[in-house]
Write a protein that binds this ligand. Sequence first.
Ligand code: URA
Length: 209
Amino acid sequence: MSVFSVIGHPVLAAWTDRLRSIETETEEFRRLLNQIGQLMVPSVTEHLPTTDIEIRTPLADTTGRQLDGGTPVVVSVLRAGNGLLDGVLKVLSDADVGFIGLVRDHDTLEAIEYLVNLPTLSNRHVIVVDPMLATGHSAVAAVDRIAREEPASITLMCVVAAPEGVRHLTSHHPRVRVVAAALDDGLNDSGYILPGLGDAGDRLYGTQS
Ligand code: URA
């Protein structure tokens, strides 16, 4: 798998496009983001290494597999990341969870960190969840912070990515895997993705920034 990939799945594409629609209101937006989070888990975890183990079924002894290092850690980039997090945890229900709070400075588009709460990340596989990869500033700030803990791998799960954000993140962090549901055209002057879906946090929580 290359560093950046878009999942080519018709159900995921249809749900993502429904998410984009201006007609999709908060309740449906929230449900769709949750479902998208669930559906993306197989793709964001497909690189995880396993080791062979002996297991006994009720009928026979056989060889099975277990995840090296256990279930990955999920780190949500607040606040829109929490919309994906709930879905991811429906599948990875025993995952440890961390939070990184970032706000965008509307003038510089730089990410400003206001909260970091992380479980042990050293030598563990980390999945960062953030629905929008726009300028890439927040993603780089989140990955910078996580990389300091020396995890085994970092994968960013996003729903909509802009080419600018993919370039910015992968040039700063060439080993980070980025998995998206869609790659859009680019950014407008305010750093929003086009066609995108608007402000994911506002649409998820019914606010207006
Ligand atoms: N964050 C969002 O929620 N939407 C965008 O288009 C860009 C960043």
